[in-house]
Design a protein around this ligand. Sequence first.
Ligand code: PBG
Length: 348
Amino acid sequence: MHETFGKLSRTTAGAHAPDGTLDLPHRPRRNRRADWARRLTRETTLTVDDLIWPIFLIDGEMRREPVASMPGVERFSIDEAVRAVSEAAALGVPAVALFPFTDPELRDPDGREALNGGNLVCRALRALKREVPHIGLITDVALDPYTSHGHDGVLDGDRILNDATVELLVLQALTQAEAGADVIAPSDMMDGRVGAIRAGLDEAGRADVQIMAYAAKYASAFYGPFRDAIGTKKALVGDKKTYQMDPANGDEAEREAELDVAEGADMLMVKPGLPYLDIVRRLKDRFRMPTYAYQVSGEYAMIAAAAQNGWLDRDAAMLESLACFKRAGADGVLTYFAPEAARRMKER
Ligand code: PBG
């Protein structure tokens, strides 16, 4: 007992100095004692350049519709989207990601509206390219906003058909690229879609369009509010577990990312975000690719709802959660907080 204490005293426990304080060999708190010291020793920094803003689109004009399960988030008609995206661009947000609420009348089992060059997303792309030319435009490739059953692919009975879906996804990507998409982000999790989309884009003379692969997208409960926002919640039959990944798996995320990199992905994404920071770190360390995390609708809703109840400080929780993505190795974050976070960072 006495001996153990003797050993400890040299390394951690310390002896008493004449003034009565402990004579500790290490005092990590020294580097935290003032703001200037904390700034000087900070390992990672969140900036506006790290933010991608996902927005929801609706038909019509001069319409802003709140999303009930995402307090502070609105769906925009195209003219309002142009206004909101201009503001985000002025704040320095580098890119936006577009998600349409498709009129239920336009949804069918094969999601044909996805291939319509005049659909909501394509019209928004053209307007945004014209009015806000310097912001990056990212579009989601997946059929779920357009299918009557809410799945990301086409069905045979209750089976999601992989290869038949991939053929449609390539056409969807080409339709979006044609309308002005800078980055194609396949979120469908079909096998082989990154390679097929890359080949399709290249053949169509669109070698400059980037692909941000949802490399590791999990079958998550945290997408609930998003499905409200784009109106697929009631439509969805069953779940997405035969194509989205099992939340229990990490090695599989590496295998998925390896395929996407081999198939030509320019950037990798992990989704959801905060519960999957270990996956962000693993992909970043292994592939050294530009790597992004999607702080999804349910993660936004948790912070927003707790803040609404006075249980969390909205600004502090928002900025802390975003900074943690950087620490975990992400190069950027898709977040519904993007313009708000940009504004707060500017004020500081
Ligand atoms: C659809 C898609 C989803 C999200 C982005 N693209 C939902 C899903 O897979 O059901 C979720 C985003 C969020 O929750 O914020 N392919």
